[in-house]
Ligand binder design. Structure first.
Ligand SMILES: NC(=O)c1ccc[n+]([C@@H]2O[C@H](COP(=O)([O-])OP(=O)(O)OC[C@H]3O[C@@H](n4cnc5c(N)ncnc54)[C@H](OP(=O)(O)O)[C@@H]3O)[C@@H](O)[C@H]2O)c1
Length: 229
């Protein structure tokens, strides 16, 4: 399988590169020019297409002939980075390709997620500060996902809980809506978020789903495991 990883140089991206190589996939990584050295440990094992991920020509070149595209959607900057990246992937990935996008629990597909008050408050404060200081556009990540949800491509949007570093606990469990008891612990190892993204490439049951994930060994997951997918 030929897999493009958009945002390969970030923490999540590097974990995805490693997991994809472990699956013996051919990997093409996309990252900003200044971040290429962050991928040095993969030299000779992956191809890198340098450039901003919302540059349509960069994405067009990188996704050509790919069977899967893993995209890290981030709200950084005020240049429609998320929606520009998502739109380019939707426009240029081969129609048969599996497209898997990352975001956080704050994205809701159908408005039926039930968020803890502290979660809503934290997201609201972050969005306000980011808008005033012009370092991020949370609304643009929402817009990116709106476009993905509306598309006919073979997409999955993986919604991550709070993240921590540490050794793998195995494939995270998931549920359709934040607020479902199995997700209550709100914590996933970052390496396992990446594992879920890579595994989604070959899991057609996740097509047109927006799974909200939590660590397999998180307390809420171990208690409510029978409800997990
Ligand atoms: N952090 C959390 O607690 C959390 C929680 C839930 C979900 N998520 C989701 O998980 C995914 C990855 O999150 P992460 O925290 O692990 O981050 P990450 O993987 O370290 O990714 C950050 C990405 O943003 C890029 N980036 C940083 N600053 C940028 C800028 N000014 N302009 C353009 N790109 C910039 C980085 O590229 P360079 O390498 O070029 O800098 C990198 O690809 C995201 O989809 C996020 O929504 C995160």
């Amino acid at each position: 399988m030929r897999v493009c990883i958009v945002g390969a140089s970030g923490k999540l991206g590097q974990y995805m590169v490693q997991h994809a190589l472990d699956c013996h996939y051919e990997v093409i990584g996309v990252c900003r020019e200044q971040s290429v050295p962050k991928l040095d440990r993969f030299k000779g094992r992956i191809s890198v297409v340098p450039g901003p991920t919302n540059d349509r020509n960069v994405i067009k070149k990188a996704v050509e002939g790919c069977d899967g595209v893993l995209t890290v959607l981030v709200p950084w900057g005020v240049q429609q980075y998320s929606s520009g990246t998502a739109q380019a992937v939707l426009d240029y990935a081969p129609p048969s390709a599996r497209l898997v996008f990352s975001c956080g629990w704050h994205i809701s597909r159908d408005g039926r997620d039930v968020y803890p008050r502290t979660f809503k408050l934290t997201v609201g404060i972050f969005a306000w500060i980011a808008r005033v200081l012009r370092f991020a556009q949370l609304d643009d990540q929402v817009e990116a996902c709106r476009r993905i949800f509306a598309s006919g491509a073979r997409w999955t949007v993986v919604r991550g809980s709070e993240l921590e570093e540490g050794p793998s606990q195995g494939l995270p469990v998931w549920s359709h809506h934040v607020g479902d008891p199995i997700l209550a612990s709100n914590l996933t190892r970052r390496t396992d978020f990446a594992l879920f993204m890579v595994a989604a490439l070959e899991n057609d049951a996740l097509i047109h789903e927006a799974p909200a994930i939590v660590g397999r060994q998180a307390p809420s997951a171990t208690v409510h495991h029978e409800g997990s997918k």
